[in-house]
Design a protein around this ligand. Structure first.
Ligand code: LRH
Ligand code: MN
Ligand code: MN
Length: 424
């Protein structure tokens, strides 16, 4: 199905006066509204191809109707999101979960929806049909050089797919680790990983980036070979200037100060990108901002501060992506909610009075510093985000329009009630 421009316009017309009232009210107290609206307008958050279907847990999967079964349908879904919010202008593929059989055709289809291709993701955490060696005991860190070579070759293959699609980055996440003390020699595992990544790095086109994603635990429960930002940064530094650390918000132990990690990685010029989601316990992959919106704001506060200090363009300097899983909610609605939460946090961070904050910090005025941050966080910026959508030709209220247009019902009519989509 397609959402027509006139359907967006009609929805906006119906909601315009209520929106304008709220927007006018907020602009009276904010001096840089125009700047914030323009920044929001160009800010895009990529959608992973594996988030368009119901994810499920290891205990079960309750699939929803009308989910996409092919890469073409996944692109169509992201096209719907982008039409509604004009903020989801790229799709990220996980290979081999989604392999474009004809890259030119897929590229053209994506372009017709106004979409580009974000990072390509390799997968050496599962065995694939016909594969010679198993990844049961790891991939790039494996004790057997033949397994390492197979995993390296897979990553090179993924880069080739990415080149054909116009991607500009490779994300490497490894499940490699150990579940029992003594299983692994930590130093050898790290060295093997580094050597394998060096091989992959050699095949990275000049204008590409390599994102090294870390995660504390799961599927291994004693050690993970790239477990935290220190280990990822160590690898990225040794690999070279095209290698960066990627922060997935769900990949930390509870209570870790992620905003501090972000600040230091940015300072070192080694923050590559983000996987947004939210969590209560571990890698829960819930809707961004659903559990800890203040943390999301504090992260964006450091991002804005750090990017401005380095002159990094907010929209294009880092890789922004959602990495969430949907078990209860309609995946498309859930993704709309995540994008909205991310943009709200970004807008709030743009509100922070940085000069006053600096002065408060210099004066050790702890009270003032807290007031400044919380003043921004407690500002209701939703109408500013909506205004940026309006100006970009998107819907004032994407979730409402999704429901009014009965998007899921129509997709179900087209695709059937039994879903075959793969997801996490
Ligand atoms: C691992 C992870 C990583 C994978 C994705 C499917 O937990 O966050 O980014 O590629 O999930
Ligand atoms: Mn991730
Ligand atoms: Mn994850």
């Amino acid at each position: 199905m397609l959402i027509e421009t006139n359907q967006i316009e009609q929805h906006n017309q119906e909601n315009l006066s209520a929106h304008q009232r709220k927007f006018k009210f907020i602009t009276e107290d904010i001096s840089n509204t125009e700047d914030i609206v323009e920044k929001l307008k160009v800010f895009q958050i990529a959608i992973p191809s594996w988030a368009l279907g119901t994810g499920g847990t290891r205990f079960g999967r309750f699939s929803g109707p009308g989910e996409p079964g092919t890469l073409e349908q996944k692109i169509e879904d992201v096209g719907l999101l982008h039409k509604l919010n004009q903020s989801s202008g790229a799709i990220s593929l996980h290979i081999p979960w989604d392999i474009p059989s004809d890259a030119e055709k897929i590229k053209a289809l994506a372009a017709a929806h106004g979409l580009g291709f974000d990072a390509v993701n390799s997968n050496t955490f599962q065995d694939q049909k016909g594969q010679e060696h198993s990844y049961k005991f790891g991939s790039l860190h494996h004790v057997d050089p033949k397994v390492r070579k197979q995993a390296v070759d897979h990553n090179i293959e993924v880069i080739k797919h990415g080149v054909a699609l116009g991607s500009k980055s490779l994300t490497v996440w490894l499940a490699d680790g150990s579940s029992f003390p003594g299983q692994l020699n930590f130093r050898e595992a790290f060295q093997n990983t580094l050597e394998s990544l060096k091989e992959i790095y050699k095949h990275l086109p000049a204008d590409w980036k390599m994102f090294v994603e870390y995660k504390g635990f799961e599927p291994n429960f004693y050690s993970t070979t790239i477990a935290d930002w220190g280990q990822s940064l160590l690898l990225a530094n040794k690999l070279g200037e095209k290698a960066y650390t990627l922060v997935d918000l769900g990949h930390h132990q509870p209570n870790v100060n992620i905003e501090q990690i972000v600040a230091l990685l940015l300072m070192e010029g080694k923050l590559g990108g983000f996987h947004f989601n939210d969590s209560k316990y571990a890698d829960d992959d819930l809707t961004a901002g659903a559990i800890k919106p203040y943390q999301l704001f504090l992260i964006f506060n450091e991002l804005v501060d750090g990017m401005d200090a380095k002159g990094i363009d907010h929209a294009t300097g880092l890789g922004w992506m959602i990495d969430a899983s949907h078990n209860l909610k309609d995946p498309l609605v859930d993704l709309l909610q995540s994008v909205e939460a991310i943009k709200i946090a970004y807008a709030q961070a743009l509100l922070v009075d940085r000069k006053a904050l600096k002065e408060a910090q210099q004066a050790n005025d702890v009270v003032k510093a807290q007031e400044i941050l919380q003043d921004a966080f407690r500002t209701d910026v939703r109408s500013i985000v909506a205004e940026s959508r309006l100006r970009a030709g998107a819907a004032l209220d994407p979730v409402q329009l999704f429901r009014d247009l009965k998007v899921r019902e129509k997709l179900t009519e087209e695709r059937g009630a039994v879903s075959i989509a793969t997801g996490l």
